[in-house]
Design a protein around this ligand. Structure first.
Ligand code: IMP
Ligand code: ZN
Length: 363
């Protein structure tokens, strides 16, 4: 019953990595195809894909494997379409998807053509209407459109999708800058920001700072994976940078919490990911509880729904049962996420309207 409720509730997803959100069935199908060509040994890969408990370092080994399986334009387009359809099917009404632009010379792939393949995937979704553009819309039409959606009983049949380009911590300062410039070139096409991610024990903050400063100066929004491992100097430097949001915040000390709360930086919370990778010992001791109680901005997200076998609805259900929160409190938590999206005020207005109407309808 509760799972049905959380699946039907409108939700905002702000922290989902494209290659971490692939359906197992698709990953296995693609791996089987490569196995038949002799490029990989399918049975070895199958075992890795189906394994459920992974440490943080094992997760990054799995990503290297996934990237071998997904590196051509058609596959990138396909997985993007499927990921959006899966989120939309569980009533995610706003999805900020992030992915690392990849260059792969032997497939004729540049960072730009990779991102174009992702955009093509977004445009090719047909199970649901996709809003990928921040062009000015006539407010009257926008309003009637939102209301019209709902009066037809099809409130969830539209999903707003925006893209963040990720910088991988293995990259050089130049490669990071290339990604930011690409985001700027394509910003009219639904790209709204930059993410810093990748193995947290690799790379140094100072390498990425010039590209991230440049992104900020040019008006792109920035979110950082922050405090996935114990590294107080880096956490402080990241908070000094004043990103709009951070992901995880698992290994914060008292001083870092104080700074974060004073600055009011929103936190993307990924419960299952943190527990599976043992970044947090158990859901009972997760910092969600403290952030929620102190009314600090937080957004429940999946991180890697494929890799961690979860859904956004399951994350809401988990939070509700672990922290004793009712349906209305979870609905409100989801609605508050609208304030932290990177898309325009027009999208925020439309989403708020949608949530308000649904709330009046008793959902
Ligand atoms: P992609 O950017 O679409 O290829 O998604 C996979 C990539 O996201 C990985 O290679 C990592 O760089 C990043 N990523 C996914 N999950 C995590 C995480 O939990 N911590 C840090 N980086 C992550
Ligand atoms: Zn992440």
């Amino acid at each position: 019953m509760d799972m049905e409720w959380y699946a039907s509730m409108p939700k905002i997803e702000l922290h989902a990595h494209l290659n971490g959100s692939i359906r197992d069935s698709t990953l296995l199908e693609l791996a089987r195809g490569l196995g038949e060509k002799g490029d990989i040994v399918f049975s070895d890969v199958e075992q890795v894909i189906m394994k459920n408990d992974r440490s943080l370092s094992e997760v990054f080994k799995l990503f290297d494997l996934i990237h071998i399986i997904t590196t051509d334009h058609e596959t990138v387009t396909r997985i993007t379409r499927e990921v959006i359809e899966d989120f939309a099917a569980e009533n995610v009404v706003y999805l900020e998807l992030r992915t690392t632009p990849k260059r792969n010379d032997c497939k004729g792939m540049s960072k730009r053509s990779y991102v174009e393949a992702v955009l093509e995937g977004i445009r090719s979704v047909n199970s649901v209407e996709v809003d990928l553009s921040d062009e000015v819309v006539n407010p009257d039409t926008a309003t009637s459109h939102v209301v019209g959606d709902i009066s037809n009983g099809e409130a969830s049949k539209k999903v707003y999708v925006r893209l963040l380009l990720s910088i991988d911590r293995r990259e050089t300062a130049e490669a990071a800058m290339e990604t930011v410039k690409l985001a700027l070139e394509l910003r009219n096409m639904g790209i709204v920001g930059i993410d810093l991610s990748g193995n947290p024990v690799v790379g140094e903050w100072k390498t990425f700072l010039p590209a991230l400063e440049f992104a900020k100066k040019q008006g792109l929004s920035v979110t950082l994976h922050c405090g996935e491992v114990y590294n107080p100097d880096e956490i402080r430097a990241m908070l000094d940078f004043l990103p709009k949001r951070i992901g995880h915040a698992c290994c914060f000390g008292e001083d870092e919490w104080k700074t974060l709360k004073t600055l009011g930086i929103a936190v993307e919370i990924c419960l299952t990911s943190n527990i599976r990778t043992e970044s947090v010992a158990s859901v009972e001791v997760h910092h969600f509880a403290d952030l929620y109680e102190t009314n600090h901005p937080l957004i429940l997200c999946t991180d890697d729904s494929g890799v961690f076998s979860t859904t956004l609805s399951a994350e809401y259900l988990l939070a509700s049962s672990a922290f004793g929160l009712g349906r209305m409190e979870m609905f409100e938590l989801s609605r508050k996420g609208i304030d932290y999206i990177f898309a325009s005020d027009r999208v925020k207005r439309e989403l708020k309207l949608k949530f308000d109407i649904l709330s009046h309808l008793g959902l």
